[in-house]
Design a protein around this ligand. Structure first.
Ligand SMILES: Nc1ncnc2c1ncn2[C@@H]1O[C@H](COP(=O)(O)OP(=O)(O)OP(=O)(O)O)[C@@H](O)[C@H]1O
Length: 368
């Protein structure tokens, strides 16, 4: 029996090699991952990377060209959307304007044949959870954007779906409200134990809300992991650049008796040979080094040692909480530094030469 079909209680959904072709366009290219019960997973990626196509395949609005999708161990091939126990919140909320808030929330229960008294009871319970019990008899147009969003969320959760899909949930909100609603939606979905798949192209939203993030690129799943894993151990330059801010330095590798060095013009990284990252480099000639801006120490120029670099300050920007420096390296590449070390930086100015230092443990190497 296929391992995936063994009805693992912790698995809510499995995608097995799912592809979707539109003529020559591979909207999805052999995507496989598992969603755990109670998990908040965000699909993140640039425009056209396949996020919406994945969401629509899960909802059943489109059928994969190849591969399978299992929900709770059950193959969904040929199962229409209304036969999948899935809740959805769309970016425009799609509330029914002629129904009150309570009627809107009760609607999915009505379509499932649940009687009015029970609908109202469960609808009011959901309204309590989303903090809108006082708005039950209002109409959607009498609510603010944030309130409408919470009604839409309550409607997506009220029938205890196996999975809740959120399609760009913050798209209609202004920036200030977004931050607040990210936290609120995260709390509400955790409180009711919902299993959530959300789509966004806002990396901050993904970092704030998700247990795990699936990063899409050109229809492929580039990497999936917790926000921490993706930030600390990106497996590609794309992921390193997409999650947080990254300096990507391309250099040549050199195997030394006691370690491995990656170096470019005016900078070097040295890793001990017993370090797994160092070991992987013994077989390659070139490598990409990921250096996070907040991990670089600004030091005086002129004393470069190991794990260090030098360049010329192009911009120095004071942001209150930190300084940002843009440094031009000898090879023409730019390095961004974020630092709160006022003592080290206050006296530096654009045009000065600057030294940079980093610790081997702060470095991520992307293979050759
Ligand atoms: N119905 C369709 N017909 C033809 N091509 C499509 C169709 N739907 C999607 N595509 C193509 O498939 C690819 C993936 O699209 P998809 O909508 O999944 O991307 P996305 O990551 O959600 O992007 P966005 O962030 O812009 O919504 C794109 O190249 C898109 O043009």
């Amino acid at each position: 029996m296929n391992a995936v079909l063994q009805n693992n209680a912790a698995t809510a959904m499995t995608l097995e090699g799912v592809s979707k072709l539109y003529g020559p366009v591979k909207a999805l290219d052999n995507v496989s991952f598992e969603l755990r019960k109670g998990e908040f997973l965000t699909m993140l990626g640039p425009s056209g990377s396949g996020k919406t196509t994945s969401l629509r395949a899960i909802a059943g609005f489109i059928q994969p060209t190849a591969g399978r999708l299992l929900i709770d161990g059950r193959d969904m091939t040929g199962v229409p959307p209304q036969k999948r126990n899935i809740g959805m919140m769309f970016q425009d909320y799609a509330l029914f304007p002629h129904m009150t808030v309570l009627e809107n929330i009760g609607y999915p229960l009505e379509t499932r044949g649940i009687k009015r008294a029970e609908r109202e009871k469960r609808g009011m319970e959901m309204l309590e959870i989303v903090g809108l019990a006082h708005c039950a008899t209002r109409y959607p147009k009498e609510m603010s954007g944030g309130q409408q969003q919470r009604v839409a969320l309550a409607r997506a959760l009220v029938f205890k779906p196996d999975i809740v899909l959120l399609d760009e949930p913050m798209a209609a909100l202004d920036k200030k409200l977004r931050g607040q609603m990210q936290i609120e939606i995260m709390h509400i979905t955790r409180q009711v134990g919902a299993t959530v798949v959300s789509v966004t192209h806002d990396q901050e939203e993904a970092l704030v809300m998700s247990d795990r993030i699936a990063i899409f690129k050109d229809g492929r799943l580039e990497q999936i992991g917790s926000p921490h894993e993706l930030y600390q151990q990106p497996r590609s330059e794309f992921v390193a650049d997409f999650i947080g801010e990254a300096n990507l330095l391309h250099g040549k590798t050199r195997v030394m008796p006691d370690g491995v060095v990656v170096e470019g013009d005016g900078w070097n990284v040295s890793l001990p040979k017993d370090d797994p990252q160092g070991q992987a480099l013994t077989a390659t000639n070139t490598a990409c080094v990921v250096l996070r801006p907040e991990r670089i120490r600004a030091v005086a120029a002129g004393s470069p040692g190991g794990n260090a670099g030098e360049g010329v300050i192009e911009d120095k920007i004071y942001l209150g909480v930190e300084y940002r420096l843009v440094v031009r390296m000898n090879d023409g590449g730019k390095v961004n530094i974020r630092s709160r070390d006022v003592a080290a930086i206050a006296g530096m100015k654009a045009g000065d030469r600057i030294g940079m230092a980093w610790a081997p443990e702060d470095i991520v190497i992307i293979g050759a």
